[in-house]
Write a protein that binds this ligand. Structure first.
Ligand SMILES: C[S@@+](CC[C@H](N)C(=O)[O-])C[C@H]1O[C@@H](n2cnc3c(N)ncnc32)[C@H](O)[C@@H]1O
Length: 284
């Protein structure tokens, strides 16, 4: 009985030692595996190049001079686009050249007015209006673009330039179709605006995205036109044609929202190598 018990104890001990050996081997294998995995991860990490968001943003703005009739405007802008297509606002577009030419020939229509500009970019149109208008609110949805817009407003509000700016000039964030943004702006500027301006502001999302921004743009325009409560307000759009489908799309979208678009006589011309025209958009 005593011998049988001692051989059972011996077998148990042997089994325990074998199990420990297996466990040890498994642990060693796991550690090796983990080591290999870690090595692989380190190698992979070395291959990953971490690009900061700023890599895609060119903010090497150049102080640039533009002339529209008797009006000279100097401001910061890029001369070519950043990698990110949503940064189109860093440049001055042909639509702004067309609109500024038209406005500089018709400054009477700006005198003493309140203006809101949609998709202002670097602010060349709003800054021109600031010389004649009572108040100009320049808007954009892009944070990077808003930065350079504010810098240009500051530039034109500094003592050397203050004489050319007659009245209030501000920048606000406005994403087309965002009712909250419009409500905030209308709370700050009750009674709305005499003029809504837009230059080259319909192109990019239609080229780069399957979702057109035009319905959202016109939705915001309609809200702003309505905010005048019967008093006169119009949307002046400098349109540069880049695709035949777009030419008809803007007219269709405006009429869907019961707005009429009228071509301003004498404004159809070539800007750069494209055809441009100024439209006046009002509620039906
Ligand atoms: C082609 S740029 C024109 C800039 C300027 N008006 C000009 O003609 O030089 C279009 C502008 O619209 C702005 N934009 C584009 N989509 C927008 C949106 N959904 N809401 C508000 N702004 C937008 C862009 O950030 C950009 O500043």
């Amino acid at each position: 009985m005593g011998a049988a018990r001692s051989s059972k104890v011996k077998r148990n001990r042997e089994t325990a030692t074998e199990e420990n050996a297996v466990r040890l081997k498994l642990r060693t294998l796991n550690m090796e595996e983990r080591g290999n995995q870690q090595k692989q991860e380190e190698e992979e990490e070395e291959e990953i190049v971490c690009l900061d968001a700023s890599f895609f943003v060119d903010d090497n703005y150049k102080l640039t001079n533009f002339t529209f009739g008797s009006q000279d405007i100097e401001l910061f802008c890029l001369h070519s686009a950043s990698t990110d297509f949503d940064l189109t606002g860093q440049l001055v577009w042909p639509g702004a050249m067309l609109l500024n030419d038209y406005l500089s020939k018709n400054v009477k229509m700006l005198q003493g007015c309140t203006v809101i500009e949609l998709g202002s970019g670097v602010g060349i149109t709003g800054i021109l209006c600031g010389r004649f208008c009572h108040k100009v609110v320049m808007t954009d949805h892009n944070e990077e673009v808003l930065k350079i817009l504010k810098k240009n407003i500051e530039l034109h509000s500094c003592p050397e330039n203050i004489s050319s700016i007659s009245h209030e000039l501000v920048a606000e964030k406005l994403e087309w179709g965002n009712t909250g943004h419009i409500d905030e702006i209308l709370q700050k500027h009750p009674g709305g605006f005499d003029l809504i301006l837009g230059a080259d502001i319909y192109i990019l999302l239609c080229i780069y995205s399957t979702q057109s921004s035009i319905p959202r743009l016109f939705d915001s325009v309609k809200q702003l036109l309505r905010a005048r409560e019967g008093r006169k307000c119009k949307f002046i759009l400098a349109y540069v044609s880049r695709a035949k489908t777009m030419d008809s799309l803007i007219i269709i979208e405006a009429s869907k929202l019961r707005m009429k678009m009228k071509e301003v006589t004498g404004t159809r011309c070539i800007v750069g190598n494209l055809e441009g025209v100024v439209f006046e958009v009002t509620l039906e």
